[in-house]
Design a protein around this ligand. Sequence first.
Ligand code: SF4
Length: 94
Amino acid sequence: MIERFSPHGTILAMHTDTIPTSDLGWQRQALCAQTGADFFFPEPGSSVREAKRICGMCDMRVACLEYALANDERFGVWGGLSEKERLQIRRTSC
Ligand code: SF4
């Protein structure tokens, strides 16, 4: 499971091993697929500012966040939200 968060992979490559092929459409248009995963899976305590900046320009932001929430993605920045921000959403929606 940790391998999918490898900082040397791309977010598209990391996601393809966990996302059903039918759900990959939005990922093909994801900006993070062009930039690599380093910004989106920073070391603990590192800034997520750059990832959020990129997410802010990504047309797939809503689909990405919906996917992350529906699949309980715990690590990294998805849909412009950090792990803590998504956790807050999960807690308030229960
Ligand atoms: S919103 Fe961010 S993490 Fe999601 S697909 Fe776009 S760039 Fe990637």
